[in-house]
Design a protein around this ligand. Sequence first.
Ligand SMILES: C=C(O[C@@H]1C=C(C(=O)O)C=C[C@H]1O)C(=O)O
Length: 280
Amino acid sequence: MLRVAAINFLNPAPLMWDFEHAPLAAELATNYSLHYTQPSQCAAELLANRADLGLIPIASLTPELAVVPGCTIASLDEVRSIQLIVKSPHTLSTVKTVSADTASRSSLAYAEILFRKFANNHPAFLPAQADPVAMLQQTDAAILIGDPALLALERREQIEAEVGPCEWFDLAHEWHTRTGLPWVAAVWAVRPEALGPPRLTAAKLVEDLEASRNHGLLHIEELVEQWTPRIDLSPKVIRHYLSHNIHYVLNTDCIRAIKLFRQYAAEVDVLPALPDLRFL
Ligand SMILES: C=C(O[C@@H]1C=C(C(=O)O)C=C[C@H]1O)C(=O)O
């Protein structure tokens, strides 16, 4: 049985389709035991050998883990759910303190790259829970990811009424503008030693995850219906988010983006170098 750490946000819903819906969920449950948590926790569990497979931030990839080809959580331009909120009159070059959502690993490193490499600034990042008003009352800027970021965007006026005017940066768009590449947040990563006959083979794992993603993308309307009562967003926003903002295919541009992200992150001393991406 493969222990799987999956992400508890809206955006991975299409990837998880077969694991959560008939006709394949029951059969998959004989090979995979799933639980859902924050992205940073998925990585911590995989790295601590408390999970064998995880949907993990690319910032947390290490040489020991293998990337499963096929699926990703990425964006070709605007993602909506990754927001760097900067309190006016601060700019990217003057921010001194940033409240950093503890759920994130990749977006925090993307923000560090944006500050250090592109804005010649080196603000302090302070770990914080995802509460935009509390964050912006304490620091010059805040980073939110996932569902709390989507909800904050909807409440933008209310938040600014409490903390003052802010500039909202979509970090995926900022990355895409500066590099011409997609923005990649997460991939399925596995401890390779957990696979192989008589257990699940690598080929079957790749096939199961890709099939689930393909089936999910064919059922966006059902996902919109299922998520509308679960999250305070309109069906239109959910539909657009799942079908346009998030990109689920780990193509060659996404792989180039992961390599460039890790190269920049090492250059600005945010993450250890990862010279070779290991694939399953
Ligand atoms: C698009 C998103 O990407 C997420 C952002 C991550 C990060 O910042 O570490 C990790 C996993 C992704 O689910 C999001 O959750 O909004």
